[in-house]
Write a protein that binds this ligand. Structure first.
Ligand code: SF4
Length: 386
């Protein structure tokens, strides 16, 4: 298939595909799926070998957010019956983080609900970062606290945060459909503040919110332009009690096509399989390891993932290996120098049929029973899943 040969060649040269090529990946048929996975897998192996980086989420503060992101179970007015609690104490957060590290995670992601931190919150999180680093040697810490004000990124960096996560989530054109309390440019600005403060930027997307193929390509190209070091790809978990509860749009095959497209557009970046993998990829999860080089271990912020030991068994069974703390995730050219990749071809015309096509609903039965609200780990008396 000419398209796939072209995309592999470009991926190995770190060259950006055209928008039409990215759209064409999303439009491939199920008969072509294994060829697509094999092609994107070649790019993945070139830059990351067979390594899988494990990341572990600690929800520092859960629920009761004043923002209205419609995909989120913690949003304003959410009726989802999730755990709700205020800031974890540094020791409790560190204990949760230690469970993830013991399970093989090399990065801990400290997340708090809310529009953004107050200066007092930054103090609190700084103390938590110090405690975690003291008690877990060599661990990378990523903070995810929402929109940042001036000076907060620098303070988090000085406190030891290695990375900052803030997702773009969807295309700029449709951002207003999923959130009205902040906009796309706010999110871009926070990612840029994190980068300017010297933190590794982590920014990704959520697929399955009713977006078009063009939206998906737009957000991935916007991410390439922003140039984060890691790109988490979430698949919407349609929580009951949120506005997107009825958005069951994804099939395992579509998830794999989306991941392949992200890999082709961001060939040498840590592409991380994030929330929703158990719900939407189901038994096809191992194939996704050929596309991504990073996953979350165990549970998510407000929902439960598969058992941590099953994640590890899946990685081993699929012929991959957990990345150790002695290995640097990113290829040398991304670590050592300002990125030498070419700018995203964001100005390419957007006029194909696939561009405007909406995603057909999946024909097979959806598996709503796989959505399990988190009832263990941080904020509970039960041990965490790692
Ligand atoms: S700001 Fe964060 S926690 Fe709040 S509703 Fe949006 S995604 Fe959820």
């Amino acid at each position: 298939m000419d398209l796939l040969n072209t995309l592999v060649d470009k991926g190995l040269r770190r060259e950006v595909p055209t928008r039409d090529e990215a759209l064409a990946v999303l439009a491939t048929s199920d008969d072509e799926l294994l060829d697509v996975v094999a092609a994107a897998g070649k790019v993945r192996r070139t830059w990351f070998g067979r390594r899988v980086k494990l990341n572990y989420l600690v929800n520092l503060k859960s629920g009761l957010c004043p923002e209205d992101c419609s995909y989120c179970s913690q949003r304003l007015g959410s009726k989802a019956e999730i755990l709700k609690y205020t800031w974890l104490k540094p020791d409790d957060a560190s204990k949760a983080a230690a469970a993830g590290v013991a399970g093989g995670a090399k990065r801990v992601c400290l997340v708090a609900s809310g529009r953004g931190p107050t200066d007092k919150d930054v103090d609190r999180v700084s103390e938590t970062i110090a405690t975690i680093k003291e008690q877990n040697e060599g661990v990378e810490v990523c903070a995810c606290l929402g929109l940042l004000n001036d000076g907060q990124a620098e303070r988090l960096r000085a406190a030891g945060a290695d990375a900052y996560n803030h997702n773009l989530n969807t295309s700029e054109a449709t951002y207003g459909d999923i959130c009205t309390t902040h906009d796309f440019s706010d999110r871009v600005e926070t990612v840029q503040q994190a980068q300017a403060a010297g933190m590794s930027a982590c920014s990704g997307l959520i697929a399955g919110m009713g977006e078009t193929d063009a939206d998906l390509v737009d957000v991935v190209f916007a991410l390439r332009e922003l140039d984060p070091d890691s790109v988490p790809v979430n698949f919407l978990i349609p929580f009951e009690g949120t506005p997107l509860a009825k958005e069951w749009n994804l099939t395992p095959q579509r998830c794999l096509r989306i991941l392949a497209m992200v890999r082709f557009v961001c060939p040498d970046v840590e592409v991380r399989l994030a929330g929703g993998r158990e719900v939407h990829l189901r038994s096809m999860q191992p194939l996704a390891l050929h596309l991504v080089n990073s996953i979350f271990l165990g549970d998510y912020l407000t929902s439960e993932g598969q058992a941590g030991k099953d994640d590890l068994a899946m990685i081993a069974d699929a012929g991959f290996e957990v990345e150790g703390t002695d290995t640097t995730t990113l290829p040398a050219h991304r670590r050592d120098t300002a990125d030498a990749t070419e700018p995203a071809d964001a100005a390419a015309p957007a006029d194909t049929d696939a561009e405007s096509a909406t995603v057909p609903a999946p024909s097979e039965e959806t598996r709503r029973d796989l959505v399990a609200v988190r009832r263990r780990g941080a904020g509970t008396d039960l041990p965490p899943n790692a």
